[in-house]
Ligand binder design. Structure first.
Ligand code: ZN
Length: 155
């Protein structure tokens, strides 16, 4: 495994739409393992493949309290409801946070690293992370939907 460089929002790759994964092969597994190590090293909640320069529909989320890791290949949101205001940040926008409005509850359908389909529900920070990471796969950043100004934080 290896820690990969996380691109910042100045990099145009973050504005591109990522392509679907068609081969659930060792190369994908290596990408996922590297992304996991990169996320842990950066103390983040989620990471999408375009953030490490790979324009494929791959994202991971690590629950900030339980440490449970979820891997999402070709994820889509199939249901969402409610609303929450969240103080959101992004490893590609280091040192800042901003207020966003996100669904309170999200259901995502995706494939695991072996190509098996699954569904996962998320609330609170996980619902936010699901939306945030899927946005990355579509070239969007939370700063696009932020309400008001970003503020600086010490990461
Ligand atoms: Zn992000």
């Amino acid at each position: 495994m290896a820690i990969r460089t996380i691109l910042t929002d100045k990099d145009k790759a973050l504005r591109k739409t990522s392509r679907e994964v068609t081969d659930f092969n060792p190369r994908l597994h290596m990408l996922l393992d590297d992304m996991n190590e990169t996320l842990v090293g950066a103390l983040g909640v989620g990471l999408a493949a375009p953030q490490v320069g790979i324009l494929r529909r791959v994202a991971i989320i690590k629950h900030p309290e339980t440490g449970e890791l979820a891997e999402f290949i070709n994820p889509t949101i199939i249901a969402q409801d409610g609303e929450q205001i969240f103080e959101e940040g992004c490893l590609s926008v280091p040192g800042y946070r901003g207020k966003t409005k996100r669904p309170a509850h999200v259901v995502v359908k995706a494939f695991d690293r072996d190509g098996k389909e699954f569904e996962m529900e998320g609330e609170e920070v996980i619902a936010v992370a699901m939306c945030h990471e899927i946005d990355h796969l579509n070239g969007k950043l939370y700063t696009d939907i932020v309400d008001g100004d970003l503020w600086e934080v010490e990461d």
